[in-house]
Design a binder for this molecule. Structure first.
Ligand code: NDP
Length: 449
C-alpha cells in the first residue's frame, strides 16, 4: 500500500513541472493544493493507489486555436484562443473565458485547475474548465469586439454544449461579450441552447444576481469568517482592489453591511476616498463609459489618485483583492497586517503570492482563499443553468437567498474540514481538502477514464 510521505507529493509536483514547462502560474496553483494533501493520502491511501492526484493534475483535454479577425480599418489580426477542459467527474466543464493580453496556456491551466476544486466546493453538479484569448479588448469598438467574439466562437462552438462544456465570463468578458458569443453559437448550431453559456442578459436566458454573485458571495464569506470570531463587517474600513465586475459588487455588498470602502483601483492606479467610495460614480465610469478609475478624482472633491500606487498601503481592517493573480505579495501582506487588517477575502483567483499567504496564516488573521471565497459566481452560473433547464426564472430575492446559503455552506465545509485535518481556522487547507475529496470520490466511482 502507498504511504503519504511528503516526498511522494514532491515527486508528483516535480513531474507536473517537468510535463508543463514554463507555466509558472499553473505550477504555483498545483503546488498550493498539493501542499495540503499529505494528510488526505494518509487517511485515504486508495487515492494514491489509483493515482488520483496525478490524474487530477492532467487536463482531460486542451484546445488551442487561431482566432483571425479584422479591425475597423480593415487590418487583419491573429490571436490565440484556448479552452482547457480540466475535469468532468462532477458534471460538464464549467469556467469562464478571459480576454487579456497576458493570457497564455499557463494562465488558463492555473485557472482551470483552481476551478475544479472551487466548483466541487459549491456542491453543485459542475466540472472544471477555463478558456480565453490573448486578445486585448481595451480601446476596441463594439464592432471589433463583436467580430472577435464571432471568430472565437466559430472555432470554440464545436467543443461546447449544455451537457459538455459551459463557459462564462472572466476578466475582459462581461455581458456584452457573452451576448456576441451566444449569438454566434446560436447561428452556427441553429439551436437556442440557453444552457451553453452563463452570464447571459436578463430577458434572454440570464439569471438575476449572476452579475453581482462573485462580489456578493465573497462578502458573505468574509461575513461568515468574522462571525466565527464573534465580529462583523459593520463599521469596518475596507479596501477592494480592481474596479471591474467582482470589485464593484464586492463594494456594493460591503456598503450594505455597514462597512466603508475607502479605496479601489485598476491596472493604472489607486483611488482613495476617506469618507467612502461613491459606487454609483464607479459604475458610471467603468460599466457604462469604460473609462479609467483615475477619472473619479475629477468628479469628487476629497478623492486622491495614486498613479501606479499599491492599494495595500491604504490602512484597512478588511482587504478584498478582486483584480488579478499575484497582485498581493509578501511585502504587501506584511503592510496589511502591520496596519491592523483582520480579514482577507479573495474575490480574484490566486491574487496572493505563496509568501503573502504564509504571512496571513502566520499572523492568524482570517484568510479566505479565492477557491472558496469567490465561488459564488460559478455557483450562481449553476443556478442559471438550473433555470435554463426548467425554462424558469427566479426572483432576485430567491436567487440571492440561494447564493447566501451556498456561501454559508462553503464556509462551514471549509472550516469543518480544516478542523478535521488538524488545521483549525486554516481555510486554505479546508478548501483544498474538501474540494479534492469530492472530486476524488467521483473519479473513483467513474473508473479509470
Ligand atoms: P473585470 O475585467 O471586470 O475587471 C478586472 C479588474 O482588475 C479591472 O479593474 C482591471 O483593471 C483589474 N486588472 C486586471 N488585470 C490587472 C493587472 N494585471 N494588474 C492590475 N489590475 C488588473 O474582471 P472580473 O472582475 O470579472 O475578474 C476579476 C478577478 O476575479 C479575476 O481574477 C477573475 O478570475 C476573478 N473571478 C471572476 C469571476 C466572475 O464572475 N467574473 C468569478 C470568480 C473569480 P484594468 O481595467 O485597468 O485592466
Amino acid at each position: 500500500m502507498s504511504t503519504a510521505l511528503p516526498e511522494q507529493i514532491e515527486a508528483i509536483f516535480q513531474q507536473v513541472k517537468a510535463r508543463n514547462p514554463g507555466e509558472d502560474e499553473f505550477h504555483q496553483a498545483v503546488k498550493e493544493v498539493l501542499e495540503s494533501l499529505g494528510p488526505v493520502l494518509v487517511k485515504y491511501p486508495e487515492f494514491s493507489d489509483q493515482k488520483i492526484i496525478e490524474r487530477i493534475c492532467e487536463p482531460e483535454r486542451q484546445i488551442i486555436f487561431r482566432v483571425p479577425w479584422q479591425d475597423d480599418r480593415g487590418e487583419v489580426h491573429i490571436n490565440r484562443g484556448f479552452r482547457v477542459e480540466f475535469n468532468s467527474a462532477l458534471g460538464p466543464y464549467k469556467g469562464g473565458l478571459r480576454f487579456h493580453p497576458s493570457v497564455y496556456l499557463g494562465i488558463i491551466k492555473f485557472l482551470g485547475f483552481e476551478q475544479v476544486f472551487k466548483n466541487a466546493l459549491t456542491g453543485m453538479p459542475i466540472g472544471g474548465g477555463k478558456g480565453g484569448a490573448d486578445f486585448d479588448p481595451k480601446g476596441r469598438s463594439d464592432s471589433e469586439i463583436m467580430r472577435f467574439c464571432q471568430s472565437f466562437m466559430t472555432e470554440l462552438h464545436r467543443h461546447l454544449g449544455e451537457h459538455t462544456d459551459v463557459p462564462a465570463g472572466d476578466i475582459g468578458v462581461g455581458g456584452r461579450e457573452i451576448g456576441y458569443l451566444f449569438g454566434q453559437y446560436k447561428r452556427l448550431t441553429n439551436r437556442y441552447e440557453s444552457g451553453v453559456l452563463t452570464g447571459k442578459g436578463i430577458g434572454w436566458g440570464g439569471s438575476l444576481v449572476r452579475k453581482e454573485a462573485t462580489g456578493y458571495g465573497a462578502v458573505y464569506f468574509v461575513r461568515e469568517m468574522l462571525k466565527v470570531r464573534k465580529d462583523s463587517l459593520d463599521g469596518k474600513t475596507c479596501v477592494v482592489s480592481g474596479a471591474g465586475n467582482v470589485a464593484i459588487y464586492t463594494i456594493e455588498k460591503l456598503h450594505e453591511h455597514g462597512a466603508r470602502v475607502v479605496a479601489c483601483s485598476d491596472s493604472h492606479g489607486v483611488i482613495i476616498v476617506e469618507k467612502g467610495i461613491d459606487l454609483d460614480l464607479v459604475k458610471q465610469l467603468k460599466e457604462v463609459e469604460r473609462r479609467r478609475i483615475a477619472d473619479y478624482a475629477g468628479y469628487r472633491q476629497g478623492a486622491r489618485y495614486l498613479a501606479g500606487g499599491t492599494i495595500w498601503e491604504v490602512p484597512c481592517q478588511v482587504a478584498m483583492p478582486s483584480a488579478t493573480q499575484n497582485e498581493l505579495n509578501g511585502r504587501d501582506a506584511r503592510t496589511l497586517v502591520r496596519n491592523g487588517c483582520i480579514a482577507i477575502g479573495e474575490g480574484a483567483n490566486m491574487p496572493t503570492t505563496p509568501e503573502g499567504i504564509r504571512v496571513f496564516l502566520d499572523a492568524g488573521i482570517a484568510y479566505g482563499p479565492g477557491k472558496a471565497a469567490n465561488a459564488g459566481g460559478v455557483a450562481t452560473s449553476a443556478l442559471e443553468m438550473q433555470q435554463n433547464a426548467s425554462r424558469d426564472s427566479w426572483s432576485f430575492e430567491f436567487t440571492e437567498q440561494k447564493l447566501d446559503s451556498i456561501m454559508t455552506g462553503i464556509h462551514a465545509a471549509t472550516w469543518e474540514t480544516a478542523e478535521e485535518f488538524g488545521a483549525p481556522g486554516n481555510y486554505v487547507i479546508g478548501a483544498n481538502i474538501a474540494g479534492f475529496i469530492r472530486v476524488a470520490r467521483a473519479m473513483e466511482a467513474l473508473g479509470l477514464i
